[in-house]
Every structure is written in C-alpha cells, then in structure tokens.
Design a protein around this ligand. Structure first.
Ligand code: SF4
Length: 357
C-alpha cells in the first residue's frame, strides 16, 4: 500500500469536496455524488463495483485515486463473548485496531482516531505506546466499512473510543462525522455515534458549534482535580472545571446528555468521598455513568504510577454502583467484553505496540 500514497485519497472527502474534485478533474459534479454513495452507503471497495460509472471513468479513478485506506491484517475473536478485534494496516504501514462488540440488541464498533495516543492516561495501554500520527477521515470511516463487511450482523452504534484522542485529531474527526451525517441508507446516524474525550475543553465547544450533535462521553475517572491530574496528566492543561463548563455548553447546544466513563481503581477513585462527588457532579446536568472494570496493565510491565494501579474488587464495584443510584445517578456497570483478546477499554495496543515501535 505504501506506493499508493501519492494518489489522491477519495475516501475521507465529504460530499461537497467530492463534487468539487470531480468538477476540477474534468467530470460532472454529480459523479462525486455517485462515488459518495458507492463508498459510504454501499461500502464498495472496488471501482469495478461502481456500476453507474463509465468504464473509462472507473479506469481513470483506479489510476489516479485511492479507494481503500486500510488493509485488514488480522482478526481475533473472543470465544466467550464474540467480541472481534480487527488489526488494520494503514498506507504508511502503521497498525491500528478497531473492535466489534456484539450485544443482544445492538452491535457497537469502537474506532481509533490516532496511531497511538499522546495523552499518557495512566490506566491505558494505548497511552503507553506513545503517539505516531493522526488518522485521516477516510481511515476513520474505513474502520467502519471493513468491520461491517467482516461482520454478519449490522453495526448499529459507533464509539470514537479506540486508540487516540478524537478531539486532538479534531478536523478528521469532524469530517468523518459529517460523512456519517450524510449517509442516509445505512443504519448509522449521529444519534448512534459517541465521541469519547479525555477532556479537550476548547474542542468540546467547537464540536458543539458544528451543529453535528453526536453524543459526547468524558473519560472522567475522578471528580477531584488533583487525583484526575495524577491519572490523566492532560487535566493539568484542561482542568475538570473547564471541561465541565464546556460540557454544559455542549449539552445546552445539542440537547443531548453526557456520559461519564469511570474506570474503577482500587483506593484511588472508589471511596465513599468519590461517590458523593460523582453524585453531585451528575446532578448538574443530564448524564449517566459507565462504570468500567480496570484491566490490569501488568503484562506490559509499566513503570511508575501505571504499574501501581489495581482493579477495584467486583463487590466494591457493585456497592459503588448501588450507592450512586441512591444519589439519583443513572449508572451502568459495563461488562468487560473483550478482556480475553485485549480489546477492552484501555487495552487497545496489545498487538500493535511492537510493530509501530
Ligand atoms: S484513555 Fe484515550 S486519551 Fe487516554 S491515553 Fe488512552 S487512548 Fe489516549
């Protein structure tokens, strides 16, 4: 795939961009609309399959443009839960992962937005591998296209929660959302898409101003600034206070509710004081809390604070959740689907860490 990178990448262009590109390249703008439908609605991965384009146009496109941005190189399936992890190679030979999580009533795809991540959250395997580059909007979309083709059930939900911080790759993230927003024949709408952020307050406000209205999730993990900074160093730059104000702005503009992701760390964020603080925060605006069991990073031999982190016991997680309900908080204790194949939250990096090194 590396030799193809000089060609123009069609996937990732929005509808207006495609119309413009076709018009600037001697074709009628409506050809852009046709290609948009083939790429994004019918998930066609070969110009030959674009049946309403003439043969000479298909040949021209094949010679000058790239349709596929990622190559599927490995698939692992968790035998107990059916979670599927796809290992994908980019045109620059970097490896990324996305995960299909089947449940009774829905199938969720977790997509990556960066190769690695610059943020170094202490509970996260991806943070340990460092940052290589941003993904393009085409590469974000192609994770969906490949996953849907590989999966026999329809993908109903997408979470931007894989490798990387979506709001540090803001332009490509928004462009990919615009593509999903225009995609009318598939089941995915922006109501079924959640962008999860570690808390990049100015970009949360920008996202609110786009009018796109995907759901928003904040990786919270503590309501206390000092503890949160210890777990997530980005909190020193964009404080929780600043992020909560940005989220209030987002909720007001989009009329959605915020999801707080809360990974349970023994002795760090699972005390009675944390319950009270979380209850108070949740009552400020429409919200729910996803409680996540911490997946140990011991297999990666991390040094420092990451190496000290331990999961909260199952009993305490249940008690914590019950006590939050008493505080009028909507709580979901998430099953740790994908543990077995290192596809659970904070574990995406397993297979890629050596290859991208
Ligand atoms: S939790 Fe998300 S933002 Fe934090 S290091 Fe991991 S991938 Fe990056």
């Amino acid at each position: 795939m590396t030799t193809e990178t000089k060609k123009v990448q069609l996937k990732g262009m929005t509808l207006p961009e495609l119309k413009k590109w076709f018009s600037e390249n001697g074709e009628k703008p409506f050809r852009g609309e046709q290609v948009f439908n083939w790429m994004y609605n019918y998930l066609i991965d070969d110009f030959e399959g674009m049946l309403n384009l003439s043969k000479p146009l298909r040949e021209k496109l094949r010679d000058t443009t790239i349709l596929n941005t990622l190559e599927l190189t490995n698939t692992s399936v968790s035998s107990s839960e059916g979670t599927v992890k796809l290992l994908l190679k980019t045109g620059l030979d970097h490896l990324i992962e996305c995960v299909i999580i089947p449940e009774e009533k829905r199938v969720t795809l977790c997509v990556s937005t960066q190769v690695g991540c610059p943020l170094d959250c202490k509970f996260c395997a991806t943070g340990l591998m460092g940052y290589k580059r941003n993904l393009t909007a085409g590469e974000i979309f192609d994770q969906y296209a490949i996953a849907q083709r590989a999966n026999n059930r329809e993908i109903t939900n997408i979470v931007y929660m894989g490798m990387g911080e979506p709001l540090l790759n803001y332009d490509a993230t928004v462009k990919s959302l615009e593509i999903f927003a225009q995609d009318t024949t598939q089941g995915i709408t922006l109501k079924k898409i959640t962008v999860s952020t570690a808390g990049i307050a100015p970009r949360i406000r920008d996202l609110a101003d786009t009018g796109l209205r995907p759901k928003l999730a904040l990786s919270l993990h503590s309501c206390f600034e000092d503890t949160r900074t210890k777990i997530m160093p980005i909190n020193a730059k964009y404080s929780l206070k600043e992020n909560i104000e940005a989220i209030e702005y987002y909720i007001k503009k989009t009329n959605t509710r915020i999801t707080y992701e809360y990974t349970m760390l023994e002795g760090i964020n699972d005390t009675d004081r944390d319950i009270k603080a979380l209850g108070k925060l949740c009552r400020r605006m429409p919200s729910k809390v996803n409680i996540i069991k911490f997946n140990s990073l011991e297999h990666m031999h991390p040094e420092g604070f990451s190496g000290e982190l331990r999961p909260t016991s199952r009993d305490r997680i249940e008690e914590f959740a019950e006590r939050l309900k008493d505080e009028d908080v909507t709580v979901l204790v998430r099953d740790t689907q994908g543990d077995e194949i290192a596809a659970a939250c904070g574990q995406l990096a397993g297979m890629v860490i050596d290859n991208n090194g």
